[in-house]
Design a protein around this ligand. Sequence first.
Ligand code: PAN
Ligand code: ZN
Length: 193
Amino acid sequence: MGETTLAANLPHQRNLAAATGVLGGTRLLERRLSDMPRYYLDQNSVLARLAENPLIYQVYDAPIPEEPGHLCHCTTVIKPGRIGDEFFMTKGHHHRVDAAEVYYFLQGEGFLVMESRDGTARSLAVSSGSVAYIPPGWAHRTVNTGAGDLGFYAVWPGVAGHDYASIEAEGFGLRVLATTEGPRALPAREGRS
Ligand code: PAN
Ligand code: ZN
């Protein structure tokens, strides 16, 4: 039986290639700049890069039902690069139902940016071997600040769902930018931390 035909209600396994982040037998989702132009701070740089339309990240998503009892899981590979001073990153989201998530970082280096529903922002510097815990109610985005791919494996409850709307509209309280002192997570909005 091929990995794509595995029934989620039966015991099964997949192969995770830690060096590349490829999770076997999964659906591949690709996000390019044209999928997320408004997420970046520097809109002049977005316009300058849209013709080239760089690949920002890939998600290898295991076909698990989003139902009670199940655990969804996937890998994400964020490519290295910047739009202006801002590093390549995922869109970021809240879970529709507040639910925790665990990320295990396989390769590369970057930041995991999080924000609670009351607007408190936090960031974690992560690299190969980091295991990050995202508590219920914290929106999350991952940013690649390294020279190579940033890859991580994620597991979250099947009932959680994804809500992109608030982050798309308002962003996070922190943006990860290149500075003369290196990559930094800096306040993105006045009056918020
Ligand atoms: C992750 C993310 C993945 C892509 O698996 O979905 O890294 O990021 P966006 O979903 O924000 O585009 C996760 O947090 N799942 O819940
Ligand atoms: Zn999530």
